[in-house]
Design a protein around this ligand. Structure first.
Ligand SMILES: CC(C)(COP(=O)(O)OP(=O)(O)OC[C@H]1O[C@@H](n2cnc3c(N)ncnc32)[C@H](O)[C@@H]1OP(=O)(O)O)[C@@H](O)C(=O)NCCC(=O)NCCS
Length: 173
């Protein structure tokens, strides 16, 4: 089946909202506990676009099967060259190469926009797929915050991984 990775469009919002809602309800990648509705997801997407951050979708035979975006890592201005990535692939399409295709394109797009570091903040140290995906895309493990989240009646760690974009910290922007 044909996979295309492209910038997000307004018509993708319903599918993105559904994919994220499933991850919030059933998974530990997100530390949210109540899925945001379509209006809130559209608002978040507009804020990312206004900030100049990349937002991509993966369309499999014309249907949105996953999405990825880079957003601000932290709000204070000195962090402005550092982004945090988020990637979600619908469960039926996982393990088919979509996550890697999204992340590779996101790395290119973020670098092209002048960002210098990408951080992955991975909810739950038992989150093998996400840790393995980031490692496969040359992120290195920075460390683990222990028991900083509580969801589904258990404590969750937060795993930090990092990858330089382009020259990273070797030159000034
Ligand atoms: C993490 C996630 C985005 C991966 O997407 P995916 O499309 O399934 O990943 P891919 O098929 O592109 O896999 C790429 C690589 O990641 C690793 N990987 C992915 N899933 C894995 C799993 N279940 N176990 C071990 N390694 C895995 C492998 O190295 C894989 O390469 P390979 O297939 O050549 O071995 C997907 O599992 C997902 O949406 N999970 C729920 C949400 C989430 O955790 N998002 C990350 C938030 S930071």
């Amino acid at each position: 089946m044909s996979l295309s990775i492209r910038p997000v469009e307004a018509r993708d919002n319903a599918a993105i909202t559904r994919i994220y809602a499933h991850a919030v309800r059933h998974g530990t990648a997100s530390f949210e506990t109540e899925p945001p509705d379509e209006a809130e997801m559209a608002r978040r997407q507009a804020a990312l676009a206004a900030g100049g951050y990349p937002f991509l979708v993966a369309a499999l035979a014309g249907t949105v099967a996953g999405y990825a975006y880079a957003g601000p890592y932290r709000a204070r201005p000195a962090y402005r060259f550092t982004v945090e990535d988020s990637i979600y692939v619908t469960p039926q399409a996982q393990r088919g190469g979509i996550g890697r295709a999204l992340l590779e394109r996101l790395l290119d797009d973020a670098q092209a926009r002048g960002f210098r570091q990408m951080i992955a903040v991975i909810g739950d140290s038992a989150q093998t797929p996400s840790i393995a995906l980031h490692r496969a895309c040359a992120f290195r493990l920075i460390g683990t915050f222990e028991a900083v989240g509580f969801k589904f009646d258990r404590w969750l760690d937060s795993v930090l991984m990092q990858r330089a974009l382009g020259p990273g910290g070797a030159t000034v922007p």
